[in-house]
Design a protein around this ligand. Sequence first.
Ligand SMILES: Cc1ncc(COP(=O)(O)O)c(C=O)c1O
Length: 398
Amino acid sequence: MELSRKALSIKASTTLAITAKAAELKASGEDVVSFAVGEPDFDTPQHIRQAGIDAINEGFTRYTPASGTIELKKAVCKKLKEDNGLEYEISQIVISNGAKHSLMNAFMAILNDGDEVIIPAPYWLSYSAMVTIAGGVPVLVYTKKENNFMLTREELDRACTAKTKAIMLTTPSNPTGMIASAEDLKVVADFAVEKDLIVISDEIYEKLIYNKDKKHTSLASLGKEIYDRTIVINGVSKSYAMTGWRIGYAACPPAIAKCISSIQSHMTSNPNSIAQKATVAALLGPQDCVEEMRIEFEKRCDYIYEREEAIEGISALKPEGAFYLFIDVSALFGKKYMGVEINSAANFAEQLLDSKKVALVPCADFGMPDYIRISYACSIDNIKKGMDRIEEFVKQLN
Ligand SMILES: Cc1ncc(COP(=O)(O)O)c(C=O)c1O
């Protein structure tokens, strides 16, 4: 029996695999610290949960329009206008089952077989798999630490071919934690306009910013020409601690929104009706909860960065947003732990999990095999325990 070659070429998400392994070890009684999963450890704020409960009690439990309710699309338009200075009609909004689904829909809506998508590396690992599933070809562009992992004009020029269809952009970034400035975005916008490309702008971490000198700028806000070729992707998973509710959205030119809606109408129909009601409450309700969580993440960010900096042999840029610390461990390659040589980040992560029971993500699948990613979306106590163990592990290398 031959299965789909395309499907067989897709590897399951490493992040989820490591998270599952850590959970397994925990279940067998091991004291595991998990820095693997990119998920806020907070509960969904009470007023949002209540909106979900009310939706059930009021019988809002049937199909909604496949691309989402008008009520939620209006709330999204209001959010985009107030937060990002972007004007959208509801016909330009599609609500989906999480930002991941919105992204997959977007790639399916724009790619023909063989179309290339420029993905700046390091990148969130699902982008390349999604492009492949949609029949496209991911073209990885290796950005540099000295450029804060931002794309440069030269890198774009080198990567662009006659088959290039789109550029992927993520700010704040998973895994680097860097935020694109308006100038960084202008490089991408000018290039996209000049070469007639679409940009998919993933802004899911927009509310989680810690660098006081940086603010989130939405690419589409840079001008009419780039607005007309940008698909803004966002959602409520990270900013409102709503990962399990599964609501994300795309805001884009009407023709693309129409394609996305058609695809979704056949694949999943509407996203969960109850979650849509809860998302209206999230977007239109009080926003103090978002700031409270941001402040907590900022404290963790400061603490974990200070701890990382004190460990000799590893290095990182201070995260500006999101909740990841992206660490270069290559200076340790060639050293041994209990006689076993460490020669890759994957190897580092494996030995750390086996010996010290700390789970983190090696970044080969993010396009940077010398790096590991720590998610600090967990309590300070957990971070302290995990960093103590990493420090001890690195000290024991010789
Ligand atoms: C950069 C990025 N985009 C999108 C997503 C997916 O978010 P959602 O939970 O809304 O599908 C994630 C989740 O880890 C992410 O890190």
